[in-house]
Ligand binder design. Sequence first.
Ligand SMILES: [Zn+2]
Length: 397
Amino acid sequence: MAIKFEVVAKDASTRARVGRLHTPHGVVETPAFMPVGTAGTVKGITQGQLEALGVQMLLANTYHLYLRPGHEVVREMGGLHRFMGWPHPILTDSGGYQVMSLKGLGRVTEDGVWFRSHLDGSSHFLSPERAVEIQLALGADIAMILDECVEYPASHEALKRAVKLTSRWAGRCKKAFEEQGARDQEKEEPGVRSHESVVRQIPNPESRTPNPALFGIVQGGTDLDLRRESAEEILAMSFEGYGLGGLSVGEPKAETYDVAEFTAALLPEEKPRYLMGVGTPQDLVECVARGIDMFDCVLPTRNARNGCVFTSQGKLVIKNARYARDGGALDPACTCMVCQRYTRSYIRHLFVVGEMLAGILATYHNLYFYLDTMRKVRQAIEFGTFGDFRARVRGGP
Ligand SMILES: [Zn+2]
């Protein structure tokens, strides 16, 4: 068993739950938000700051790391944990979503995805087996299957085709994961066959991930029958956790919530559920109420670099002239390092003159806001006050 997930508290009136996800590089408290470390870095934030923020797991993008520096370089440098100086859990995506979102640069076939690099136009092929190989080389604690994610709106035929292809790719990923995992162990410790003994013989357990997990992904767009069909096929293969893919791709928010709720209810209680690529702080709270345990999203970091800040009073565009003489904190209710030390006036000035500290401070605050929201969510579920907390977040400013 690569990872272990335990549910430690449940909310009485929603499907919200608090859990502990044990991974090879440590425990992650759920519901959890994973900042996105696209190319092996959460832009503008040091790994030490991520620790100070209470980040327990990062997401890294296979596509970007495959292109630069290349997964073989990362493997030679001791795996992604050592390469980037992050000894805590890492989840990698399969690369499929990014390849398919490269408009006009990707082409899906039965065998995998052909794509052109956005850097130099060179041609590459990502098969289910290759996606697994790259993620294992990176040393992910949790790897994702290669799936086909369809844009919104999509025809029933397109969604159905993606569900079926994702199921076939899931089977190939699982097979490759089991075979390649075993082959990796043999290559590094020749002559040793037993998985358990290999784990014990690794001189430095941080140099690569001895016992990673593979998550399946449920597709089906906003079609609930297809969601059910996809869940049944993916569940039959028994993965160690399940991603909900193909959401937050342009559908109305109410549909995101409905599909998340419907799909989460199809998944087993004892496995973690990961809603991929969603969303705002309010989305997180609403989807926790629907039974989701894990999230990732570029919003807090990407918005920060554009001067858009999340606060307890809603979103704030710090570049606006109205903040030029504002001596208050980004969020008066926030206790983060940025809000304790700097004023809106100063941070606006940094953005206006293009200082790199601007994005750094805004990113730090936004990540704090997301992680603090998840801390409060976990506490509220444990204390039996999640309903009140959710109502306050919903009510908003
Ligand atoms: Zn703050």
